[in-house]
Ligand binder design. Sequence first.
Ligand code: ADP
Ligand code: MG
Length: 374
Amino acid sequence: MHCYAFKALVNSYKITKLQVTNFRNLNSEIITFNNGINCILGENGNGKTNILEAINVLSTKKSFRKNASFPQFLSIDGGKPEIIFSSVFENNLKEKISYTSKMTNESVLWFVDGTPVKKKLDIKIVFINPFDSYGFHNNASDRREWIDYFLCQLDANYKKSLAKYTIALRFRNTLLSKKPSRFKEQILASDADFSILSMYLTARRLEFLKEIEPFIADTFQKIFSEMHNLQINLDSRIINLSAINVQKIYLNNLEIDCERGHTSYGPHKDDYVLLFDGLNSYDFCSLGQQKMSYLSLLFAYIELFRYKYMSYPIVLIDDVSGELDQHRWRRLVEYLEKREFQVLITTANEKFKEELDRINGANKIHIKNGSVIY
Ligand SMILES: Nc1ncnc2c1ncn2[C@@H]1O[C@H](COP(=O)(O)OP(=O)(O)O)[C@@H](O)[C@H]1O
Ligand SMILES: [Mg+2]
């Protein structure tokens, strides 16, 4: 029990208040959230997604929007080039923690209860945007990014190893790009470690897919009450190989790699195949089914997270209404209502808002021109 209590303490936060200064179009006002479902409502372009983005940036330093960092975040009408995020979080012991982050182009500083801290709080976030379903089904790199993001959140060792691998890969590619290839000896020497890292990453990915698998099948059924078999597999040439055998692959590829000037194969080329009733979802599924599969995968991850840590991440859901029909919305909202995690969900869709209105005790936040109007 103690062990779980400790883990939960490390991993569980809910946001109660947020006030941002100089972040996008949001005015510097306090926004209050409850521990359950928070609906962020308002017409397009008023700042709903910006609220989710602010929480994401405060928690992870990064945006979920592509190519967005400090210069994009900074309000165009702002005076001082500094963004301040002031917030109150509640941990699983119901203690309130004031958490502030000051961001400039050069640095990010964090303060917990007014005291500067070296590391940011480890707040776990799952951001759900159904539009990302398209990229997930169409691009291998999106699938890799997706799995890596969640595996890093779940497993600090994986995160460290992935960072090491990324640096080693960049270095290997730099050596390979020099012509004529003068660094073969050096590459061969570092390939032993590179192979161990490669083997570990692939094995951990495989293990993750095994862990999440029972939750995926179950989640699809629970949310959409349709019986479909959803499965995700790893497509990698180095599954179950020993480090020595992985090293042999790198050795065999060395000539090609030298010609091409980069590492042609490794875990950075692993792929994932989502099977819907045994068929590749990319070829087989309608856009709506792809979206449902994508959402089920995300919620399966959230359930796996709970299974491992006895707590939940904060779940941010951006405009879920497109492409799903009203019947599916209703199921999804009913599913969310039964969960114990904190949800912030945005919509500009009046019909979807009607579904959200059925939720008992939801917190409604109406946004206009970057301000909470009621
Ligand atoms: N750096 C910025 N400074 C000021 N306004 C911004 C900035 N970046 C985006 N915006 C504005 O934010 C609005 C978009 O907010 P968003 O949260 O995406 O709207 P929605 O309510 O549709 O989710 C737009 O009106 C856009 O002009
Ligand atoms: Mg939006």
